[in-house]
Design a protein around this ligand. Structure first.
Ligand code: GAP
Length: 498
């Protein structure tokens, strides 16, 4: 396949581009606001017909990379509800808080740390590097000391104003717990309170021994899981970047105590390679080392992507020590240990976690793929051409099949090709509208190939195969279609590159 390196991508200002991507996601069936006809529910989103395919493909690629490429990683699918004491043991009941600040004029609530991070980005984007550096180091110091009043001081010192009221009339900074709770059973008392899990990881920790024993795993080994997580984000914004209901793909890798530093580096590198294999340019990815560590970690880094609105976290790689297993041991009085036959010792393993938000990965993928190129559109008009430059393994539809005109016997032959390929990959059949319009529609959702059946096809048993990025068209035998498309769209081809 041709890539967009030979196309001129039109440079757009960050927020303008971001707005275009959000609008594109809705218009072409990727993401809708939840309960839109009721004016929506803030920070909750639904995935449309193309969105669900893309999301499934992303999840599958992660799942295959974890559980097929790695012979020592197995999967689980734990429930969203867990025993409420799990969240006491994990520290989430007492410590899963965000520092919040209210603007007294607009009455709007914000995360104090995010206001400061946005200011640092603003300084960086406007060339004020000294100010950015100073604010960053003061911010890190305030966070390391858990000093809420210093966060407020920084907001005042740097004149960070409420985006709505434009004033700096701020309250004190307060902590706010992010877990959603509900009642289980018919009697509502304190003992029936359960939480919607704020991370999938605890479902892995509490199953550590079940998995280790039943799958006969030997340390080092990993347990992978994908699933919904819920956080009552007070300030939910930037589309699917920060949601109240979202999906995580997490892997806990259990290692011998003392080896966690080398495994941490190993997984950092491995996860970065995965992102690069997906086609994300290296210059748009970076590591961000955590200065303030979570209560369970002895080292942590994020993989950040340069979204049109700046670098944001997509994935975390955390060295979680033996904190979680130790806590669950303490709260249950059940041994969560591994008898290591190689050194003849029993210990609580240390854990390296890789944790990626599927929705953020989705947004990264759309942001990366959205392309406006100079040149004529598929109907020959000299104007910019918009298409999604999705990796073929990710594209919602792999091949669109068109009869050139809506007439037999072209329709019948096109349908025959459709039926022949539909079990191999996602194909789409369309006979409405001019062929140029049909190409354009597929470009907009990132379909890498379109095959057109014309009258000549009846004679030579060939179709015109059109490539999305280059718009190049080639005559290919119908019998060769399956292989040509399969070579590009298969997950195996992707996985081999990692
Ligand atoms: N188990 C560790 C953990 O949950 P985290 O950094 O809080 O770590 C991991 O979350 C990933 O989950 C983040 O890197 C991000 O991609 C995603 N994530 C977290 N909160 C999110 C939210 N409110 N909306 C969408 N994705 C979110």
């Amino acid at each position: 396949m041709e890539t967009k390196s030979n196309q001129d991508k039109i440079a757009l200002a960050g927020s303008e581009l971001f707005q275009k991507i959000v609008a594109h996601a809705k218009e072409y069936g990727f993401v809708f606001q939840s309960s839109e006809i009721y004016d929506g529910l803030q920070a909750v989103y639904d995935y449309g017909p193309n969105g669900v395919e893309l999301k499934n493909n992303l999840r599958n690629l992660w799942w295959q990379a974890m559980t097929r490429l790695e012979s020592n990683i197995v999967g689980v699918d734990a429930s969203i509800f867990m025993h409420p004491t799990v969240w006491k043991a994990s520290g989430h009941v007492d410590g899963f808080n965000d520092p919040m600040i209210d603007n007294k004029d607009s009455k709007k609530r914000y995360r104090a740390d995010q206001l400061i991070e946005d200011k640092i980005n603003e300084y960086q984007n406007t060339g004020q590097d000294t100010l950015a550096q100073k604010l960053l180091s003061d911010f890190n110091a305030a966070q390391a000391a858990d000093n809420l009043s210093s966060l407020r001081d920084l907001i005042l010192e740097h004149k960070i104003a409420c985006p709505l009221s434009k004033t700096c009339n701020w309250t004190e900074v307060r902590q706010f717990n992010l877990m959603f709770s509900t009642q289980i059973g018919s009697v509502a008392d304190e003992s029936s309170t359960v939480y919607l899990r704020p991370e999938t990881a605890q479902g892995i920790f509490v199953n550590f021994l079940n998995v280790q024993k039943t799958a006969r795993m030997k340390v080092p080994f990993g347990i992978a899981q994908t699933g919904k997580a819920f956080r009552n984000e007070v300030v939910a914004r930037q589309f699917i970047m920060r949601m109240r209901e979202f999906e995580q793909m997490e892997m806990q890798f259990f290692v011998r105590p003392g080896t966690q530093a080398e495994w941490y580096e190993y997984w950092k590198e491995k996860r970065m390679k995965w992102h690069l294999a997906l086609g994300t340019p290296a210059n748009k990815l970076r590591f961000h080392k955590h200065e303030k560590l979570a209560h369970y970690a002895d080292a942590a880094s994020d993989i950040e992507f340069n979204f049109p609105i700046g670098f944001k976290e997509v994935e975390g790689i955390h060295s979680r020590t033996d904190f979680d297993l130790k806590q669950h041991e303490a709260f249950t009085s059940k041994k969560l240990r591994y008898q290591d036959p190689e050194i003849n010792q029993s210990y609580i393993p240390y854990v390296i976690e890789t944790s990626i938000g599927l929705d953020r990965l989705f947004l990264l993928t759309l942001s990366n793929a959205y392309t406006e190129a100079e040149g004529s559109d598929a109907e020959g008009d000299a104007k910019k051409r918009t298409y999604l430059d999705l990796h073929p393994a990710l594209a919602p539809i792999k091949l669109a099949i068109f009869p050139l005109i809506k007439k037999e016997p072209l329709q019948e032959l096109a349908m025959r090709i459709f039926d022949d390929l539909k079990l191999d990959f996602k194909v789409f059949y369309e006979e409405q509208a001019a062929i140029g319009k049909r190409y354009t529609r597929q470009d907009l959702i990132g379909t890498p190939f379109c095959a057109t059946v014309d009258f000549e096809s009846l004679e030579d048993q060939c179709v015109t195969l059109r490539y999305r990025n280059s718009t190049e068209q080639k005559r290919v035998p119908i019998t060769a279609l399956r292989q040509i498309v399969q070579d590009e769209v298969s997950m195996a081809a992707f996985l081999r590159k990692i």
